[in-house]
Design a protein around this ligand. Sequence first.
Ligand code: RB5
Length: 148
Amino acid sequence: MATIAIAADHAGVALKAELVAELAKLGQPTLDLGPSDTSSVDYPDYATKVTAAVTDKRASLGILICGTGTGMAITANKVHGIRAALSRSEFEARMAVQHNDANVLCLGARVTGGALAIEIMKAFLAASFEGGRHAKRVEKITQVEAQR
Ligand code: RB5
């Protein structure tokens, strides 16, 4: 089973613990990149720990949690090869993988409760990229990155 990298900021650390426990129950290999307590930290520092794990293939997918999920998503999407999706529902998480080949899930711990976040995470992990017409569109994202 492929490894999932996960990190949070101080606002997301409690939800991260819930998700890590669920991943353990599922037998999912997990790379927990911190933090381990609620001391104030800056979300970009933790977003880049997970994006680095995905881009250097220590993990196949990543999960990032902050208060809203927005800061994590903005940061992660600056990294070449990362397609991060802020998801508030199972539907969004599933579609992000099926249509957008998302490789990082972002969650907002101040927006989404633990039980729903677990279902969103499971939907994200269970989904597969559909390819086909979506592959051409995802390739165009790469072209946009190259224009920077
Ligand atoms: C931290 O207070 C908060 O700004 C952060 O967790 C996140 O919501 C930023 O997008």
